[in-house]
Design a protein around this ligand. Structure first.
Ligand SMILES: N[C@@H]1[C@@H](O)[C@H](O)[C@@H](COP(=O)(O)O)O[C@@H]1O
Length: 267
C-alpha cells in the first residue's frame, strides 16, 4: 500500500484527479472503476473542470461503477446511476453508452450480477478503481463478513450503513436495504486501486484497513493484498494511524526517488 497523507480534502481531491488524468493521458481508452458517496464529489468536480479546459478527455473511456441500490431504477433521484449522471457523466465528453452502473431494477438480480462481471471482462478489466470507505471499513457495499474473494452479487446493508446513507433520502422515503455490489475479488482484480478518505469519522476505518489484520471484518483490509493500492487521505482521516510518521517519511523518500529518476531520464 502507498499511503499518501495530505493536509485537507481539497488536496486529496486534486491528488486523486492527477492520478486519473495521468491514467487517461497514458491510455485514452481506459476502463475506469468509479464510486459514489460524498468523498469523490470534489474529485469529480476537478475532473469536470480539467475536461472543460481540454486537459483530458473521456471520449474513449469506459466506466464501471462499484454498486447500486437494489430496488431503485436508474431514474430514481437516490439511485447511484442518477448520482453519477448528475455528478460526472452529464458534464464530461464521455459516451453515456460506455458508462455502466449495476442495474438496481434488474428483473433477475442474480444473472444481472453475472452479466456485469462479463461486461467488465469483455472490456478488458478495470484499469483503475476509485474507492471510498465506510465507517465500518466497507468498500463498495461489501459489508463486514464479506468474502475476500467475492464477485459482483447482491448484498444486504448493515444498519450502520443504512443510517450513514439516510442523509441522502427524504424523511419517510423508501430506503433500500439491499444492493448489487462488485465483490472484493472483483475490486482486487483492478490493475490499480485508489482509495480516498477524508475527515475524522473515517479515522478508525483507515487505521483498521492499514494497520489491522487482513480480515473480512474490515473489508478494506483486503487492499493489503493488492500490488498497486494507493490510499489518499487527509490529516483527520490519518489521525489514528500509529505509524503516521513512518508513512510520511516513506512518501518523502519516494518523492526523492521520483525526482532522481526524472533527472536521470532527462540526461
Ligand atoms: N456504497 C458507498 C461506498 O462506495 C462509499 O465509499 C461509502 C462512503 O461514503 P462517503 O464518501 O459519503 O462517506 O458510502 C456508500 O456506502
Amino acid at each position: 500500500m502507498q499511503i499518501v497523507i495530505l493536509n485537507d480534502a481539497a488536496e486529496v481531491a486534486a491528488y486523486g484527479a492527477d492520478i486519473f488524468s495521468t491514467q487517461l493521458q497514458r491510455k485514452a481508452e481506459s476502463v475506469l472503476g468509479l464510486a459514489t458517496g460524498s468523498t469523490p464529489v470534489a474529485l469529480y468536480q476537478e475532473l469536470i473542470r480539467r475536461n472543460r479546459e481540454g486537459e483530458l478527455s473521456f471520449k474513449d473511456a469506459t466506466t464501471f461503477n462499484l454498486d447500486e441500490y437494489l430496488g431503485l431504477e436508474g431514474s430514481h433521484p437516490q439511485s447511484y446511476r442518477h448520482f453519477m449522471n448528475e455528478q460526472l457523466f452529464n458534464h464530461i465528453d464521455i459516451d453515456i453508452d460506455n458508462t455502466h452502473v449495476p442495474p438496481g431494477d434488474a428483473k433477475n438480480p442474480i444473472t444481472a450480477c453475472q452479466d456485469y462481471e462479463a461486461r467488465m471482462a469483455a472490456a478488458g478489466g478495470v484499469d483503475i478503481q476509485l474507492l471510498g470507505i465506510g465507517r465500518n471499513g466497507h468498500i463498495g457495499f461489501n459489508e463486514p463478513s464479506s468474502g475476500l474473494t467475492s464477485r459482483t452479487r447482491v448484498k444486504t446493508l448493515t444498519k450502520e450503513t443504512i443510517e450513514d446513507n439516510a442523509r441522502f433520502f427524504e424523511e419517510g422515503e423508501y430506503q433500500p436495504h439491499l444492493s448489487i455490489t462488485m465483490g472484493i475479488g472483483t475490486i482486487l482484480d483492478a490493475k490499480k486501486v485508489v482509495l480516498l478518505a477524508t475527515g475524522e469519522n473515517k479515522a478508525d476505518a483507515i487505521q483498521a484497513m492499514v494497520e489491522g489484520p487482513l480480515t473480512a471484518s474490515c473489508p478494506a483490509s483486503a487492499l493489503q493484498l493488492h500490488k498497486d493500492a494507493v490510499i489518499v487521505i487527509d490529516l483527520l482521516a490519518a489521525s489514528k494511524l500509529k505509524n503516521i510518521e513512518f508513512y510520511q517519511h516513506i512518501e518523502a523518500e519516494n518523492q526523492k526517488l521520483q525526482d532522481y529518476l526524472a533527472s536521470v531520464a532527462s540526461l
